[in-house]
Write a protein that binds this ligand. Sequence first.
Ligand code: TYD
Ligand code: MG
Length: 457
Amino acid sequence: MAKGKTATIFYCQSCGYESSKWMGQCPGCREWNTFVEEVVSRSDLKGTGTQRRSGEKEKPCILSEVPVLKEDRVLTGIGELDRVLGGGIVQGSMTLVGGDPGIGKSTLLLQVCRNLAEKGHRVLYISGEESKVQIKMRADRIGTFSRYMALLCETDLDIIEEVIRQEKPEMVVIDSIQTMYRGEVSAAPGSVSQVRESTGVLMQLAKGLGVSVFIVGHVTKEGTVAGPRVLEHMVDTVLYFEGDRYASYRILRGVKNRFGSTNEIGVFEMQDQGLAEVQNPSEYMLSGRPEDASGSVAACTMEGTRPILVEIQALVCRSNFGIPRRQATGTDFNRVNLLMAVLEKRSGMALSDCDAYVNITGGIRIQEPAVDLGIVLAVISSFRNRAIGPKLAAFGEVGLSGEVRGVSMAKLRVAEAQKLGFDTCIVPMVCVEECRKIKGIKVIGVKNVQEAMDFLG
Ligand code: TYD
Ligand code: MG
C-alpha cells in the first residue's frame, strides 16, 4: 500500500493485543470490552521508535567471552524502594510505576528526585499532568529541593527528547506516559500506539544516553487510556502501587525486574509530608487486632525474603439462604472454598450450610499457600465461637487430605513471630526441627488439621 495511507487497527487497552477486527473478549488477557479502534498511518506500524540500523550485522558471540559490566546502582535513599528495585536504581534502566490514580505515584517519585538531587545527581521531572505551581506546592510539603532538580511541563515527546539530549540528566521521571504524545503518530495521547511509541523513544534515550527513566502509568478500569500492562514487556522493571486510596498504607510490589527479585514488597504510609517507610510491616499489619475475639489468627507469611505477620479474620455463621455466601478479601476466594471443603470432610464440621467471610486485614493481598493453616484455624475459631489466644501464630500449607505440609523458610517465620512477642507457633511437623532452634517461643508441630484442632482444645 502507498506510503501515508492509514489503517484501522483494534487494540486491547489492557494488554495491547492487536487485531484487525473488533472483539468482545481479548484473547490475550481475557478482559471484556477492552478493544478500541485506532487509526494509524502505515508508517507508524514499522516499530516503536527504534529504526533498525542497516549495514553492520550483529554476529553471534560466545557467551562466556562477553565482558562483564559492573551494574552501576544508585541508592534512592528510600530503603523500601531500594529493596523492591533489588538494591537501588540501575543506571540506564527503565522502570514503570503503575497504580490507580491518586495512590501516590507522583509523590513517591518526587521524593526519589529530592533524595537524588540532594546527593548531587541531576534529575529532570517531566510532568504532563500538573502545572509547575501545582508540583511546587506538592514539593513544598515533601521538603526542600536542591538546585540539581529541574522541572519541565511538557507532553510533546520530540521536545522532551531534545531537552534530555541537551541537558543529559542522570534520571528522568515521566509523569505520566498516558499524557505523552509524538506528532508522527496520528492516534490520540493515551492510546495504545502513542503509549508504545512514546515508551520506545524513551527506551532509546535510556539505553543510548545511560539515563535512568521512571515512567508513571495509571491503571484505568474504564479503558479510556491504555493501561500500563501494554508496556510491561518493554521496560526493565515494573512496580505496582497497591492499597486502598482512602486508607493510609500503600504497598509497592515488584512485578517484573531484570535486575533483581520480584518477590519483594515495600510498605509505605501516606502522611502529611509524603510517603513514609514502614520499617516493621508485621507490627503495622497486626495493629488494632482484637485480643480475645473469635475468628482471629495471626499467620506468618513471606513476601520475598521478608517474613510478615498478618491477621486473618473469619466470620462463620448460619446461612439464611439455600446457597451459603462465601467471601474472601485479601486472599483467593476459591482457596477459601477449598479449605472449607477440606475441613468439612476431614474433621466433620458442618460448614456447608454456613456463610463464611474471610479477610486478611491491613489491605495486603496474599497468595502464598502458607496462610492456609491460618485460614483454617480462623474458620474453626469462628465456627466454635471460641477465641484463639492472642499470642499464637500459625503457618503451613493444607492439602486436600487435610494434611499440613511443609513450607519454605520456616525458621524465619517463627523468628519474626518470636520478635513480635508471640509465645506459641503452630508449624507443619516437617518444619519442627529447624524451628526448635529459636529460643523464647513454643513450637508445636502438627501433621494434619485434626491435630491442630486438638491442640486448640
Ligand atoms: P499522587 O502522588 O498525586 O498520586 P498519583 O500520582 O498516583 O495519582 O497522590 C496523591 C494523594 O496523596 C492525594 O490524594 C493527596 C495525598 N497526599 C498526602 O496525603 N500527603 C502528601 O504529603 C502528599 C504529597 C499527597
Ligand atoms: Mg500523579
